[in-house]
Design a protein around this ligand. Structure first.
Ligand code: FES
Length: 435
């Protein structure tokens, strides 16, 4: 059972009350809704759109869609990217009557071998049309917002012109931005998380304080930081190249003399049976709950890992053990599958069953290289990470002029080496722009 640890009480922020599925929950201003939900015992947030399998968070980084909820009447918002504000109303999606007890979940039992959603097992076109109407009522991703926003209500687009735009506020991005700003370059840093820091906020070896002090150092150096802001597309045909940034307040059009991609990697799942069960979550998310939120996500944790991240898994296991959890580490090669329905309760391995109330999946992060690919940067397949990493030369320059990259998006290196790499590339970029 998840619980808040007293050690981080001072950093949680103001106590607020939010409502999840019509129940009042005590939360804190510096927590995401997903973290507060877990700490208060709310485990299932919504249901999958076709088979109504229970869904909850996996990555806690806004990248997996496992935590989609209806927030304040707006569907499909990520609970892990929404801060707790007093009076927030959160509802599950795709479920009747509730996400925890969903009668439509019978579909998962009845069609355990899959459902052909094209024919819906109907022989005639008339029956097929009828079946389609019924299915459309039962599936899908939430309901439309109660009060839609009209285009005229949207804020004006803002323009930014800088020397260096750094995309990604993890250890590499923060270090690169600091290095560029300290060398006199007007530097903008764009980060999509609630608070910049990236993997520093999930790694027990660095810790929350390191993320806070590095973020503060960036601001001291003169870096403009856009937090909770996502780079949604690069448009080369527009004014010599514009990066569109979506932030909670407005849309930005960013022009830069040089770009640095420091987008890191996505926390991904590993292949074993029933790996989509709630309670099977990314090891980095388990670390984030512990390091950033002071929440111990389970009492008995089974870490399923691949050998390439053994050191990270070891550090997480030690931190969980120190916080009072029982920890068992299992190699992916020995893992057969997870057990449990609405929450995991064990892992079957080749050596027997491991009882647990949380499975932490320690995989190599998959490089988040989509934006750089839009800028024409050469990428190469990283089979172990299951994605494409950006190809850079020794200085950190990509195959596209004035576009650079550093940290895990160029190949997994972990927070400490990523910070060193970011500082080096940030200095190189500043030098390339001249005095
Ligand atoms: S998107 Fe929220 S947990 Fe992955």
């Amino acid at each position: 059972m998840a619980r808040r640890l007293p050690v981080l009480d001072a950093a949680r922020g103001e106590a607020v009350e939010i409502r999840i599925a019509n129940e009042s929950i005590r939360a804190f201003g510096n927590e995401s809704i997903a973290a507060a939900a877990l700490a208060s015992g709310t485990r299932v947030l919504s249901r999958s759109l076709k088979y109504h399998r229970p869904r909850t968070f996996f990555c806690l980084e806004g990248h997996c869609s496992g935590c989609l909820v209806r927030l304040g009447g707006v569907p499909n918002l990520r609970a892990c990217q929404a801060p707790c504000t007093a009076g927030a109303e959160i509802e599950g999606q795709n479920a009747f009557p509730s996400a925890e007890v969903d009668l439509l979940g019978a579909v998962d039992f009845l069609f355990s071998r899959g459902l052909d959603h094209h024919t819906l097992m109907t022989g005639s076109s008339v029956l097929n049309k009828l079946a389609n109407k019924v299915v459309r009522q039962l599936s899908g991703l939430g309901r439309l917002p109660q009060s839609p926003v009209s285009a005229s209500e949207l804020p004006e687009v803002a323009e930014r012109a800088v020397d260096v735009c750094v995309i990604g506020g993890g250890p590499a991005g923060l270090a690169a931005a600091i290095a560029a700003a300290q060398r006199g370059k007007r530097t903008l840093l764009v980060d999509d998380q609630l608070r910049p820091g990236g993997s520093l906020r999930a790694d027990p070896r660095s810790g929350r304080d390191r993320a806070e002090t590095t973020w503060a150092a960036a601001i001291d150096a003169g870096v403009e930081v856009l937090a909770r802001s996502t780079a949604i597309g690069f448009f080369p045909e527009d004014d010599g190249g514009v990066l569109a940034i979506s932030s909670p307040e407005r849309l930005y059009r960013v022009h830069a003399r040089a770009w640095i991609w420091a987008t890191g990697g996505y926390a991904v799942n590993l292949p074993f049976q029933e790996n989509d069960r709630p309670g099977v979550i990314a090891a980095r998310a388990v670390g984030r709950l512990l390091v950033e939120h002071g929440i111990l996500a389970g009492d008995k944790v089974c870490i399923v890992e691949v050998p390439q991240v053994a050191r990270d898994a070891e550090a997480l296991a030690a931190a969980l053990d120190h916080a009072g959890a029982e920890v068992v580490r299992v190699a992916l090669a020995d893992t057969l599958g997870a057990r449990g329905r609405s929450w995991v309760n064990g892992v079957d391995t080749k050596k027997g069953r491991v009882d647990c109330d949380l499975v932490a999946v320690a995989a190599i992060p998959s490089p988040a290289s989509e934006g750089a690919r839009q800028q024409g940067c050469k990428v190469t397949l990283d089979p172990d990470a299951g994605g494409f990493r950006i190809v850079v030369d020794e200085a950190g320059q990509t195959s596209t002029a004035n576009v650079w990259a550093c940290g895990d998006v160029t190949g997994y290196m972990g927070p400490a080496r990523a910070a060193t790499d970011g500082a080096r590339v940030g200095a190189n970029v500043a030098a390339s722009l001249g005095g």
